[in-house]
Design a binder for this molecule. Structure first.
Ligand code: ADP
Length: 307
């Protein structure tokens, strides 16, 4: 081993944790929620599910418990795995109209054959706190005000929290889903990074990712990214949350393999996940803070105001 590679390879990547960031977002949400409650608006988020998948139920309970701790009310609308597109669409339209609901989360997975596009369309953009409606994505791509998908927003917020420079840097995003990879790539471009978006048809993934100062991985493939994919000192954001047999979670990055090469790596769990949950709540408070919600409170339309 040559003397110049030894010190570089011996350093562990800096853990780019999300716990402190998510705690500070939640503290801010708690303060803002208390102010809204004092005005007669109880920020409320509705989560719609249609599955009997236990890990989804666990995730939704986490959102609900975190919400209630900040003072936000969380309604869970669980329709079960037999729910039809029509049934779910009707529920989303009703929630979109309900003045007591400020944020709507449509939780995947949904039953096989569900028309996901029809459901996403049914979420009012003003309440679309997880950026699922194509109108929200379109506004985002047009650099207009909109809720970004919360996971994509969490990636950007984590990069900023850890002071990772983006201007003029090379970023590679692995995975082009409409809720993670595609919006993250766009948000990175907005921040003046030069971005490559890779996906399952990318011929030589390692050749692309090795060019990156910043790698964001959202492919849903455990162990996809190893040391051979990473340039010395690259910062890696691992969005993957893959359930493993013992009930734990692993990301898309092989943490042992990139150790000593990467400059920083988000832990899984404890990286992007808690920040995403906190941002869903922050978006709900932002939605509840709109002039319209406050106006209705003034008129006594909301339960909190009427009570
Ligand atoms: P998520 O919701 O985590 O973004 P999706 O299943 O919707 O997950 O999307 C997975 C994305 O990851 C797709 O864009 C797909 O092309 C990409 N992907 C899957 N496997 C690989 C792979 N082996 N190499 C590169 N990209 C991959």
């Amino acid at each position: 081993m040559s003397s110049d590679t030894f010190p570089r390879r011996s350093a562990r990547p800096v853990p780019l944790g999300g716990a402190d960031l998510s705690a500070s977002i939640r503290a801010d949400v708690t303060t803002r929620t208390a102010s809204l409650v004092a005005l007669g608006v109880r920020p409320t988020v509705a989560v719609v599910t249609a599955t009997d998948d236990e890990s989804t139920a666990w995730y939704v309970r986490t959102i609900a418990a975190t919400a209630e701790r900040t003072g936000i009310h969380c309604e869970i609308h669980a329709f079960g795995p037999e729910a039809s597109t029509n049934r779910l669409r009707t529920a989303l339209v009703e929630l979109s109209r309900d003045p007591g609901v400020h944020g709507i989360i449509l939780q995947t997975p949904l039953p096989k054959g569900t028309d996901l596009a029809a459901l996403r369309d049914a979420i009012s953009p003003e309440k679309d706190v997880d950026g699922a409606n194509p109108v929200s994505i379109g506004r985002l791509l047009a650099n207009q005000r909109a809720f970004a998908p919360a996971t994509a927003q969490a990636v950007m917020t984590l990069l900023d929290f850890h002071d990772i420079e983006l201007q003029g840097k090379t970023a590679v995003v692995v995975g082009r889903s409409i809720v993670v990879g595609t919006p993250v790539a766009h948000l990175l471009v907005q921040r003046n990074a030069t971005v490559t978006l890779c996906h399952r048809h990318t011929r030589d993934l390692a050749a692309s990712t090795r060019t990156a100062d910043v790698v964001v991985v959202a492919a849903g493939v455990p162990g996809l990214i190893t040391g051979e994919h990473i340039a010395d000192g690259a910062m890696i954001i691992d969005v993957g949350t893959n359930a493993v047999a013992d009930g734990g979670l692993v990301g898309d990055v092989d943490a042992d393999s990139v150790a000593g090469i990467a400059g920083g790596l988000t832990p899984v769990p404890g990286g992007v996940g808690p920040v995403t949950t906190a941002l869903l709540l922050a978006n709900t408070v932002a939605a509840a803070s709109t002039a319209d919600a406050i106006d209705r409170a003034d008129r006594g339309d909301l339960i909190g105001a009427a009570g």
